[in-house]
Design a protein around this ligand. Structure first.
Ligand SMILES: *[C@@H]1O[C@H](CO)[C@@H](O)[C@H](O)[C@H]1NC(C)=O
Ligand SMILES: *[C@@H]1O[C@H](CO)[C@@H](O)[C@H](O)[C@H]1NC(C)=O
Ligand SMILES: *[C@@H]1O[C@H](CO)[C@@H](O)[C@H](O)[C@H]1NC(C)=O
Ligand SMILES: *[C@@H]1O[C@H](CO)[C@@H](O)[C@H](O)[C@H]1NC(C)=O
Ligand SMILES: *[C@@H]1O[C@H](CO)[C@@H](O)[C@H](O)[C@H]1NC(C)=O
Length: 479
């Protein structure tokens, strides 16, 4: 959930600027909101929210094992969904959910109807949020109210041994092994908030540059979630118009907690073809992807669902290398290879340093259709028709183990480049190459703090090129 509309803010400003009759109206509306909330928290007879009970139950969960390394069993997922969207988004969630391993729930707005039953064990178990229909006239409150209800539910259940709560949407895709690795860096016994910005400047400017966006998913340490839920009543009164992720950010700021921004969370506030970004992923483990219904399918020859299943095939072999960019050169032909593991490989017919290739090709559009550049939170390269700067593009095709126990990912050309060879570097055309084979170590995760290097193996006039991943040598220069 991201805060997309500025209307409520302008509305509020209007109320402040206008003379008394409108002010009355504003007071009346705010009064109504407070009334509805009073009803919601204190008079709900279907599920009264008893805070004291919930915390009594949870407080014995964090002891003795607090020093062991964080693993998946310490993470509780709160997937906020709705029955309407679940029909087609279930596939997104199920692609990363590990039945009987990942813990948590998908929170729905109403009881599943017959067509959803029996509830499959491949989906997260579901919970129904407090009946928010009476909040309907205020859609933004619905989102916050459901977040509050869902967080409180996790504490009511009193899951044993939880260290982190993850808030996300039903169209968020997680890479949970990487999430565990990143959370291991932080002390879960302290107040810690971990999340990611929007890729587009505008949504950050509207909400906050210091915010974990909800669609990308964000993490709250268990004690922080507990502290936050105790303050949420007041927060909703202060920030009644905010969507849930913005509300959480504001409440957390008011108790002195800022997010640790991790570049692997992806809200994907982008449109159209995001292959440029996925081919030059920031130097950070891939944690999440989002907004699949807004962007083009990730792979040009597949639909949205097939694309995700396909991407997850690579992830099953090695999450640590997913989308990690590795660059090396074939000096005999003056070519640069840029591998985005498990997704794509590019060949450039010139030697381009890493400092350039790490900038995404701007294949995508910004979130706001009408906005002036700069649009993005990162530098980009503008696509051109210059033969020396335009890559030959290959997409992930298959993954397997080799007999000598390496992981072999194969990438195939998606379409001909249709440009003459780059003459400035000797006119060595890469047109004949149809397939690239990338060999990487199996069984050892790539360490998140370092990049890897590679070597190209290519025999002139063949149609296959090989790339072998290896550790970088000390002070190796990639240029
Ligand atoms: C918590 O840990 C302490 C020492 O580490 C131990 O004495 C105590 O019994 C533990 N409490 C529970 C509820 O496990
Ligand atoms: C996760 O850590 C807990 C200790 O906190 C341990 O009991 C459990 O076996 C671990 N689970 C896995 C899958 O490693
Ligand atoms: C999860 O566990 C339950 C009970 O232990 C079992 O019936 C079910 O088949 C399991 N689901 C999966 C997908 O493994
Ligand atoms: C490149 O050339 C093609 C065909 O001539 C044209 O359609 C396209 O707009 C050009 N792209 C850029 C970035 O100039
Ligand atoms: C590689 O490119 C340079 C110019 O950047 C050129 O001088 C050199 O001859 C080229 N090498 C080959 C093998 O074509």
């Amino acid at each position: 959930m991201s805060s997309k509309s500025t209307i409520p803010n302008t509305l509020q400003q209007k109320f402040q600027e206008l003379p008394t009759p409108s002010l009355f109206k504003s007071i009346a509306i705010n009064g109504l909101i407070l009334f509805v909330f009073y009803e919601f928290f204190f008079h709900s007879d279907n599920r009264p929210l008893d805070l004291s009970l919930s915390f009594a139950k949870s407080s014995d969960c964090r002891n003795s094992t607090t020093n062991s390394p964080t693993n998946l069993s310490h993470i509780g997922f709160i997937v906020i969904g709705s029955l309407n969207s679940w029909k087609h988004r279930k596939a997104y969630t199920e692609s990363w959910w590990r039945p009987n391993v990942t813990r948590g729930y998908v929170f729905l707005d109403k009881e599943p109807t017959q067509e959803f039953l029996p509830w499959p064990s491949t989906s997260p178990p579901y919970q129904i949020n407090y009946d928010v229909t009476k909040l309907r006239p205020y859609p933004k409150i619905v989102s916050s109210a459901r977040m509050v209800d869902s967080i409180l539910h996790m504490y009511r259940v009193g899951y044993k041994g939880l260290r982190w709560l993850i808030m996300c949407d039903d169209d968020t895709l997680f890479f949970v092994d990487n999430l565990v690795e990143v959370l291991q860096k932080y002390d879960h016994t302290k107040y810690i908030y971990v999340g990611g910005n929007s890729e587009s400047i505008k949504p950050n400017a509207r909400c906050s540059f210091d915010m974990g966006f909800g669609g990308a998913g964000y993490a709250l340490s268990y004690p922080l979630g507990e502290a936050l839920s105790k303050k949420l009543h007041d927060c909703i009164e202060r920030y009644s118009w905010y969507l849930s992720d913005h509300l959480a950010q504001s409440c957390l700021a008011d108790i002195g907690v800022s997010p640790n921004l991790e570049k692997g969370f992806h809200q994907i506030d982008l449109r159209n073809d995001i292959s440029g970004l996925l081919s030059s992923h920031p130097q950070s483990p891939l944690l999440s992807l989002h907004h699949f219904d807004v962007i083009d399918p990730l792979f040009p020859s597949k639909d949205r669902y097939e694309s995700i299943q396909h991407l997850m095939k690579a992830a099953k072999f090695d999450q640590s290398r997913m989308l990690q960019q590795t660059i090396c050169y074939q000096r005999e032909t003056n070519w640069s290879f840029s591998v985005s593991w498990g997704y794509s490989t590019h060949i450039y017919e010139s030697i381009i340093p890493r400092s350039i290739l790490r900038k995404p090709l701007e294949t995508f559009r910004p979130w706001d259709r009408i906005s002036r550049p700069p649009h993005f939170m990162f530098n980009t390269r503008w696509p051109t028709n210059n033969s020396c700067e335009t890559p030959h593009v290959f997409f992930f095709k298959s993954v397997e183990y080799t007999p000598d126990n390496q992981v072999l990912t194969t990438y195939v050309r998606s379409s001909p480049r249709n440009l003459p060879p780059c003459s400035a570097t000797g006119s060595h055309s890469a047109d004949p190459i149809s397939r690239i084979q990338v060999f990487s170590p199996s069984g050892t995760r790539k360490r998140y703090e370092v990049i890897e290097c590679c070597d190209v193996e290519y025999e002139v006039e063949t149609n296959v090129a090989g790339v072998k991943m290896r550790s970088c040598m000390k002070d190796e220069v990639i240029a």
